[in-house]
Design a protein around this ligand. Structure first.
Ligand SMILES: *Cc1c(COP(=O)(O)O)cnc(C)c1O
Length: 385
């Protein structure tokens, strides 16, 4: 397997962004559209959504999966299905949607620090943050690094708490031969265009528990159980047939995309391993890891450039890395005044937010573009290429 051949040279003026969505062939997509036109069913659990749910269940190896309109709504639906109230314990080192979704449902976030290496919620910090009002732990498999699911699930059991894992970065992540969504009570996915597998906009909840799956299915359709019975306060969280068609056309491309990303990951790790002040990410196994992001940590030593200096240097060369996840959720207007948001309590999260730099990683990145990114970063670090 090789990287795509270059179409001419990658001029320095061409911008390179951190992600680029997988696009199926138009013919493939059109085939699905023809079926939808023939069925005259555009949403509400049509043929394409049934097919996509089945395909994703078998691809991910999960017992139940309900498609939803996006990953934020998936967290809100999980929150309602689990009947959470009061407080939830979570990580500040995540995309803001994780915290907003549960806050939108009226819950109060309680932040605890992250593990300095995996950057996922540190289980050792969780129990001290439990109060009589705590109803859940919300972990995030950030960059596809899995949370310490064994410890977290054990803590939840001891303290009678529910567990949601935000698996937006963990499509296809497996642990001990099982889907990562087999842990906790419910796992949520985002199928946004920037995520590895996507439906343009979309999401899902997966769970081992049939009753929670049934609750999610009812909640996504206004809480309607039957023509005569509307027992729940539901919402409209359905995925349309057009989005499902995109998912069905994209899913067969995921394995090849991950194989390409693995090669880019290896190339980056090799190119940056000798640069002082830079730590490369651990390389996962194909079929176990998601390869959603490639994230360096930049910790200046003896005059080497800071993360922000590298970020601006790359941008000046029209390469757009991202500082995911800076600022921390605990530093935003809405949450910064919470007691648990105090920076002194969250040293590892602050270090991560200061040091992370996510580089472009997607299957259609050309050799010339890769060379531009690698040379740009090595030059910015003052290391010969
Ligand atoms: C993308 C993302 C979400 C939100 O998903 P949407 O589909 O964009 O609503 C939630 N959590 C994390 C960690 C994400 O990266």
């Amino acid at each position: 397997m090789t990287l795509p051949l270059d179409q001419g040279t990658a001029a320095a003026s061409e911008p390179i962004y951190v992600s680029s969505p997988m696009l199926p062939s138009m013919d493939e997509y059109r085939q699905h559209l023809r079926d939808i036109w023939a069925s005259k069913q555009l949403t509400n659990g049509g043929q394409k959504s049934l097919m996509l749910e089945d395909s994703l269940k078998s691809y991910l190896g999960v017992q139940n999966l309900a498609l939803l309109s996006n990953g934020t709504i998936a967290l809100m639906v999980a929150c309602r299905a689990l009947k959470l109230t009061g407080e939830f314990i979570t990580t500040p080192f995540t995309f803001i949607a994780t915290v907003h979704a549960l806050a939108w449902c009226g819950l109060k976030p309680v932040f605890v620090d992250i593990d300095p290496v995996t950057m996922t919620i540190d289980p050792k910090q969780i129990e001290a943050a439990v109060t009589p009002r705590t109803s859940a732990i919300v972990g995030v498999h950030v960059y596809g690094n899995r949370c310490d699911v064994d410890e977290i699930d054990a803590i939840a059991k001891r303290n009678n708490l529910k567990v949601i894992y935000d698996a937006a970065h963990a499509f296809g992540t497996r642990y001990r031969g099982r889907s990562i969504a087999d842990y906790g009570d419910m796992s949520t996915y985002s199928f946004h265009a920037t995520k590895l597998f996507h439906t343009s906009e979309g999401g899902a909840v997966a769970t081992r528990h049939n009753d929670l799956d049934a609750a999610a299915r009812s909640l996504r359709n206004f809480g309607i159980a039957s023509e005569e019975s509307i027992p729940g306060t539901g919402i409209n969280a359905k995925m349309s047939e057009l989005q499902c068609a995109m998912g069905l056309a994209v899913l067969p491309l995921v394995d090849e995309e991950q194989a390409q990303r693995l090669r880019i990951f290896q190339r980056y790790n090799e190119a940056f391993k000798d640069i002082p002040g830079i730590t490369t990410p651990p390389l996962g196994d194909l079929g176990e890891d998601s390869f959603q992001y490639y994230c360096l940590r930049v910790k200046p030593v003896a005059g080497t450039p800071s993360r922000d200096a590298l970020y601006h240097r790359l941008k000046a060369g029209n390469v757009f890395p991202r500082r995911y996840f800076w600022p921390l959720c605990s530093d935003t207007e809405q949450y910064k005044d919470l007691e648990s948001a105090e920076p002194a309590r969250l040293p590892n999260a602050h270090a991560a937010a200061r040091e992370v730099l996510c580089l472009p990683i997607y299957g259609t990145l050309t050799q010339a573009e890769l060379s531009r990114i690698i040379t740009g970063l090595r030059d910015a670090c003052g290391v010969a290429s």
